[in-house]
Design a protein around this ligand. Structure first.
Ligand code: SF4
Length: 381
């Protein structure tokens, strides 16, 4: 059976103040050891899930661009030796702009990686330094130049709106650089202040940078959305935009509640069991994971009621919405039977489209996704 694969590289050189992804700055000298462990975990999990081929592969982090060319080669050849990669399958690696060199890109392309995702975030030095990004405008410009001139595959760029000090003009400038690059996919994330991050601590203690008020942040994101749409990128998910046919195949697996194997500290994986699912989540502590990557993971069975909710929570993030027939086949009831009152109310407000085959929020409705989901989940309880 073919699967998707997520590989988590749990290392960063410097921690950005807003980041709550799992990564550790203390393991930069242990990359070989971590790759050995990733490969061991991959072999065990692929065998136990009887993986026959890889549909999509995503090497994320953390900072995968801390890997040298030979470390990329070692990891990629292990992935290919475990199971063949389906012809034309999307294979992504994340990179930080300041690490990108022509040689590194060549090494990735030779291994079969065909999609590069990198966090441009902003083209403004002050905005980048206020959230402690390692790179700056000049490293971003250099990365864009190298990628545009050298990378043969797909490109996805990440941008952040609502950064401290950001204005509509500075965001528009960052977006115009992104749109003028060879990227066919752009993610525009609104900065969120996650508990436990350095940014949250500094704001609470009054020492943090001034961040836009909620209404200012909303209007920045909307201005960014409109600029991306004017440049020919269609919104297909809450924060994701693509030229037609360049949507992220790997992330669609998550949003459509597909199956994937996750390897590396903090990585999760999901296997479907009829209306239920088995979710495995790896240990976040690197030492515990290194000692026993598979044994230190936790597995939970998600029952049909929670799976049905998760299907809505993930699927309604997409402008395509949720497939009613698939939902009914898996859970034995139509969406309109379990959340019909909410759907009818949102349809009347002109925010939800209900057809024979799908329910989907429109571009205005998706701005109110959390309110919609809150009402659906309450109705489903
Ligand atoms: S480089 Fe990426 S993963 Fe690392 S701290 Fe910054 S945002 Fe987080």
């Amino acid at each position: 059976m073919s699967h998707s694969l997520y590989v988590h590289i749990p290392i960063c050189i410097q921690k950005c103040t807003y980041c709550d992804f799992f990564s550790d700055v203390r393991y930069l000298n242990s990359v070989d050891k971590i790759i050995d462990s990733l490969i061991k975990e991959l072999r065990i999990k692929a065998a136990s899930s009887a993986v026959s081929a890889w549909n999509t592969i995503y090497i994320g982090g953390g900072t995968p661009s801390v890997l040298t060319n030979s470390q990329v080669r070692l990891l990629c050849s292990a992935i290919r030796s475990v199971a063949p990669v389906v012809a034309g399958a999307e294979w992504t690696i994340e990179a930080n702009p300041e690490d990108i060199t022509a040689e590194w890109l060549d090494g990735c392309a030779i291994e079969g990686i065909n999609r590069l995702s990198f966090g441009l975030q902003s083209m403004n030095d002050e905005e980048l330094s206020l959230v402690r990004r390692r790179g700056n405008r000049s490293t971003n410009l250099k990365a864009l130049d190298t990628v545009n001139g050298h990378w043969p595959g797909e490109v996805s760029l990440d941008l952040i709106s609502g950064l401290p000090g950001q204005t509509k003009e500075s965001l528009a400038e960052s977006i115009s650089w992104a749109c003028a690059s060879k990227a066919n996919h752009i993610s525009l994330y609104s900065l969120t202040i996650e508990d436990g991050t350095a940014l949250a601590h500094s704001l609470r203690s009054g020492t943090g940078p001034a961040v836009p008020r909620d209404d200012e942040a909303d209007s920045l994101w909307l201005a960014g959305r409109d600029a991306l749409i004017r440049a020919g990128f269609a919104q297909y998910e809450v924060s994701n935009f693509a030229r037609t046919g360049h949507e992220s195949a790997h992330n669609l697996v998550y949003w459509r509640m597909g199956e994937w194997i996750g390897v590396g500290p903090s990585a999760s994986g999901t296997v479907r069991r009829g209306p239920c699912a088995l979710r495995t989540t790896n240990a976040r502590e690197i030492e515990a994971w290194l000692a026993d990557p598979v044994g230190s993971a936790e597995t939970e069975e998600i029952g049909p009621a929670d799976c049905a909710k998760e299907t809505l929570i993930m699927g309604m993030r997409l402008l395509e919405g949720v497939d009613r027939r698939n939902f009914a086949n898996r859970f034995g009831r139509d969406i309109l039977e379990v959340a019909g009152k909410t759907c009818a109310a949102w349809e009347r407000r002109g925010l939800l489209r209900v057809s024979e085959s799908r329910i989907a929020l429109n571009a205005e409705g998706i701005l109110l996704l959390n309110a919609f989901l809150g009402q659906c989940l309450e109705e489903m309880d």
